[in-house]
Design a protein around this ligand. Structure first.
Ligand code: AMP
Length: 283
């Protein structure tokens, strides 16, 4: 396994693979691997010849300096796990390598899908995501890039950017990996106190109740929203940010549950903000 810190070095390595007919699978992450990340890497390993994983913690997508400095890092362990899973190349650049002139002046505008929900709660977040992905895509030159359903709005943003800017990349979606109580794995979970960790189970519970209603034929989104808000609202350690039903492509809120529709939630547990979602089943 190679660990490369430069954009040019990553470009050269993937170019060499492509020249000999190899396919490149790319898994963008911000390091601090958990089973969610590993599931993406395993899938890429099965499907592509050269597997490139990036671990850059992108300051551009953090509005909040405190959130950036509190973001967990575990470089040694990440490299060990990547090696075990048969990753070919880890791209681990410095901020200076990615943004040598400081914050870039030219950025990628993800459009309306990037302004809703997470985009509204975290202004500039999806522009930061779209911008770093454009740079990473240019360097890694993948035929496929692997993303988790856990960050469903990010996925909608990525699909929009890839389609509208004609990146020749297949976007592969991997299902959300969960803890035993349903809590979606996240690097942020490690910052929860034991009480907050227990309370955080309310997110999946709320989503499951909404999914149950949808399966039973309920099409009024307000009813689903009400059960989710009640479940999270009744949890002492949780502060609800939003609980909504959206169109899965645009992330616009809907009044009627028409597939593909997704229930999405965000809540704070102390100063840790968690998000989760479920695609709603049809009756
Ligand atoms: P991150 O390091 O949090 O930026 O995440 C990197 C990639 O891993 C993104 O595509 C995430 O959607 C994905 N991911 C994060 N958590 C999970 C999870 N619990 N299950 C599946 N994929 C995940």
């Amino acid at each position: 396994m190679e660990v490369i810190e430069t954009l040019a070095g990553t470009f050269d390595a993937s170019e060499a693979a492509r020249r000999t007919g190899g396919t490149v699978g790319f898994v963008p992450t911000m390091g601090a691997f958990h089973e969610g990340h590993l599931s993406l890497i395993r899938r890429a390993r099965v499907e592509r010849d050269l597997v490139v994983v990036s671990t850059f913690v992108n300051p551009l997508q953090f509005g909040d300096r405190a959130d950036l400095s509190a973001y967990p890092r575990n470089e040694e362990r990440d490299l060990e796990l990547a090696r075990e899973l048969g990753v070919d190349l880890v791209f681990a650049p410095t901020v200076q390598e990615m943004y040598p002139a400081g914050e870039p002046e030219a950025t990628v505008d993800p459009g309306p899908v990037g302004e809703r929900l997470e985009g509204a709660s975290r202004p500039g977040h999806f522009r930061g995501v779209a911008t770093v992905l454009a740079k990473l895509f240019h360097a890694a030159g993948p035929s496929a890039a692997y993303f988790g359903e856990k960050d469903a709005q990010q996925l909608a943003v990525v699909r929009r950017v890839v389609a509208d800017l004609s990146f020749p990349i297949e976007v592969v979606v991997c299902p959300t990996v969960r803890e035993a109580d349903g809590l979606a794995m996240s690097s942020r979970n490690a910052r929860l106190s034991p009480e907050q960790r227990e309370a955080a189970g309310c997110l999946f519970l709320a989503l499951s109740e909404a999914a149950e209603l949808a399966r039973a034929g309920e099409r009024d989104a307000a009813r689903l929203v009400a059960v989710m808000a009640r479940e999270i609202g009744a949890t002492p350690q949780a502060r609800l940010d939003y609980a909504v039903v959206v169109d899965d492509d645009t992330f616009e809120e809907v009044r009627t549950v028409d597939p593909p529709a997704r229930a999405v939630v965000a809540a704070r547990f102390g100063d840790v903000r968690l998000i989760d979602n479920l695609l709603l089943p049809t009756p």
